[in-house]
Design a protein around this ligand. Structure first.
Ligand SMILES: NC(=O)c1ccc[n+]([C@@H]2O[C@H](COP(=O)([O-])OP(=O)(O)OC[C@H]3O[C@@H](n4cnc5c(N)ncnc54)[C@H](O)[C@@H]3O)[C@@H](O)[C@H]2O)c1
Length: 234
């Protein structure tokens, strides 16, 4: 199961997992995007099905998990990728209202909780599972971009994932986070990346390489970690 896989790195991760033989449940809040990703995978000879749902809605996620299990079987891998990006200058915290905060926490934090609640019990029961949450270096690097609630949601999900790793470690289920610097699908000028030791934006391929390791059998001893993938930024 890859959430938010209708475009961006979610799509790239879904395609890569399918390329390695996984049957992929493609989630997105925008149904057409999920269907397009599933079609790309199926047309390339892989196996995928689309499941439109808002990960910020617990009931919808439970319903989706039941549909996934019926169509593809129980999920062994959960990639929590769906996120509301930290729109630059969304708002400054001191000028904001609680109603401004809600969407960022609902998707970036509660979305992770909902999906783990829906998919992790079956992993625990079968004694094998991999949960990977896509986070952002915004969780620990201060900026003045106006992304305080994005950072709060991402940081909350990290704290949760580390506890989940402890709860499920005895059951063969690992839980890790990939904490990303800025990728090449953001509209940023090239000179922006001069601050990065590896002076370029990250790519979907960079993310896929780490994801494939984290979901492998070989990564059984890697859990509860927050892996920075950021061209050396931190
Ligand atoms: N692109 C970057 O530079 C960058 C940097 C750091 C972290 N990240 C994180 O990586 C993840 C993916 O980023 P991206 O750049 O590919 O984003 P994107 O906006 O291109 O794609 C995200 C997808 O998630 C879907 N989505 C949004 N809300 C959803 C919801 N409530 N339920 C289900 N699907 C939903 C969107 O429809 C979209 O198709 C996000 O969690 C983001 O915070 C990205």
């Amino acid at each position: 199961m890859v959430t938010g896989a209708g475009r961006g790195i979610g799509r790239a991760m879904a395609e890569a997992l399918a390329g390695h033989g996984a049957s992929v449940a493609v989630n997105d809040i925008v149904a057409e995007r999920a269907e397009e990703t599933a079609a790309l995978i199926n047309d390339a000879g892989g196996r995928a099905a689309a499941f439109a749902a808002d990960v910020g809605q617990h009931a919808a996620v439970l319903e989706m998990a039941a549909a996934v299990e019926k169509e593809l079987g129980p999920a062994d891998l959960l990639v929590n990728n769906a996120g509301i990006p930290g729109s630059f200058s969304a708002f400054k915290f001191v000028d904001s209202q609680p109603s401004d905060w809600e969407p960022f926490l609902r998707v970036n934090l509660y979305g992770v909780l909902h999906c783990c609640h829906a998919f992790a019990p079956a992993m625990k029961e079968r004694g094998w599972g991999r949960v990977v949450t896509i986070s952002s270096e915004a969780w620990r690097m201060g900026t003045d971009y106006g992304i305080s609630m994005y950072a709060a949601g991402k940081a909350g999900a990290i704290g949760f994932m580390r506890q989940l790793a402890s709860e499920l470690g005895h059951d063969g289920v690992t839980a890790n986070c990939i904490s990303l610097g800025e990728l090449d699908n953001l509209p940023l000028p090239d000179d922006y990346f001069a601050r990065y030791p590896v002076a370029r934006a990250g790519s979907a391929d960079d993310v896929v390489a780490l994801l494939l390791y984290l979901v492998s059998d070989e990564a059984a001893w890697m859990t509860g970690q927050v892996l920075p993938l950021n061209g050396g930024l931190s």
